[in-house]
Design a binder for this molecule. Sequence first.
Ligand code: ATP
Ligand code: MG
Length: 556
Amino acid sequence: MSDNNPTEKPTNFIRHQINEDLDSGLHSTIQTRFPPEPNGYLHIGHAKSICLNFGLVQDYKGRCNLRFDDTNPAKEDVEFIESIKNDVKWLGFEWDGEIQYSSNYFAKFYEYAIELINKELAYVCFLNAEQTREYRGTLKQAGKNSPYRNTSVAQNLELLVKMKEGKFSEGECVLRAKIDMASPFMCIRDPTLYRIRFEKHHQTGNEWRIYPMYDFAHCISDAIEGVTHSLCTLEFQDNRRLYDWILEHLEDFNKPNRPHQYEFSRLNLEYTVMSKRKLQQLVEDELVLGWNDPRLPTISGLRRRGYTPASIRDFVERIGVSKVDSMTDMKILEDAVRDDLNVVAPRTMGVIDPIKVIIENYPEKQVETLKAPIHPQNEDRGKRNIFFSQELYIDRADFKEVAPNKKFKRLAIGKEVRLRNAYVINATSFDTDFDGNVTTVYATYDADTLGKNPTDGRKVKGVIHFVEASTAFKAEFRLYDRLFTLENPGKNDHFEQLLNPKSLVVTYGVVESSMKDAKAELAYQFEREGYFCRDSEASDSLVFNKTVALRDTWGN
Ligand code: ATP
Ligand code: MG
């Protein structure tokens, strides 16, 4: 490995390329950029790109800027700009310099278009959409030259001015590069550089009537900003020819140290959809609660669900960077958050499906304060107060009249169990409702078992969690499952019909009193239940989103 690579992170083809470019002296420092189109909220796929672009320059002490690729006024919105800035920062990254907008360069793109016309490398074409398609040919058949291909430079310059001034209607003509209608790469067959749009732009208002295409704007924006390594996903592989062609034909940029594009495989996650268009459809059709619905793979959704920035960065490390397209198992994402939360999440107790326990030999009206560790593996984090009295709640699943087998380590009639952080209890009898559901369990406690085993040597193996009744707070729990019933729903035309009807299950239970001031989005480990965080949109009541189970239950 080159001396230039200062990290112990696993290497990949992009790092190899950077090392080579630094070793050869082509670049003395590197610069990347993250170039979102502000037409939706960011998702975990974007997180891969963010971690890659910002992570590389952290390691190589380079620069990474944030550029809004806002060349399509129709689909874009300032709401998305704000959310994207927030998400990048939340992930733990800071862009270098001012935020950039492709729209800042509209005047420059226009000058470069004139340069190409002057070099007889661009022309205004009046073929309509259908004709253009016909002239383009197919993968097997070369295209035909447009009849407008040989318009004189002077005339093309005039026509471009007219396009800019709004003298033509939308779709009447476009500016095209004059490259090669017989190229095996379709994107090289005289691609469109500029099209007419009468839409108002969120940054430039009504100043422009013509808007550059992605392929024209992207490479020039990279070059203006001094980007050295322009990283994008594999579907732009062919377009690299056009990226190179444009920069090589502009005087300002035709230098060895101009930007180069490198493609990596996009992240696809099982049982969800990842394109902004599809996510938008779910939001607009109100099939989910908004862009930050905790079931969505959006960064804001994952955040609302209790994911930490560190866990997402770790996930991206785990999947690595390659050129092979694949589907990523949701388990990898869940393992990453579980591993992080296991270390950082404070512990607490909550009962998701409560039944009452009455401790018959405990003094009536007495409420005892007990201490429980905030994190059992980290004593420095201190202790919290929990309470104990005659009336408690335990989970329905933790009591059976008769233990079903020897492995059953919960409460049953005549079978002792330890209440987590408190005493050993023994069930004596129980009440049921009309339908036979248990409502109350009666029990006795052993007063000599707080923080120690029974003195007579009895072994009590089971431990269950509980919440004291008089100090408990009612809470809503939102339990999530995969959003879709199919591994790759996006392939289906009607993916929205494949939603999992059980992707959200709501239950009502109780939490210990220390949770009444729980901070939104901060995940806690509810002992034996899983990781949960308080919902950020339900600030008046206690609503907890399940982040992830304590163990892998995916696929069960
Ligand atoms: P979508 O198809 O979801 O709308 P996009 O590629 O159109 O995504 P952009 O806003 O253009 O979204 O993307 C910004 C950057 O994020 C680009 O460099 C893009 O390649 C990268 N990116 C987008 N989706 C993924 C993904 N699933 N995996 C990795 N990188 C991605
Ligand atoms: Mg896009």
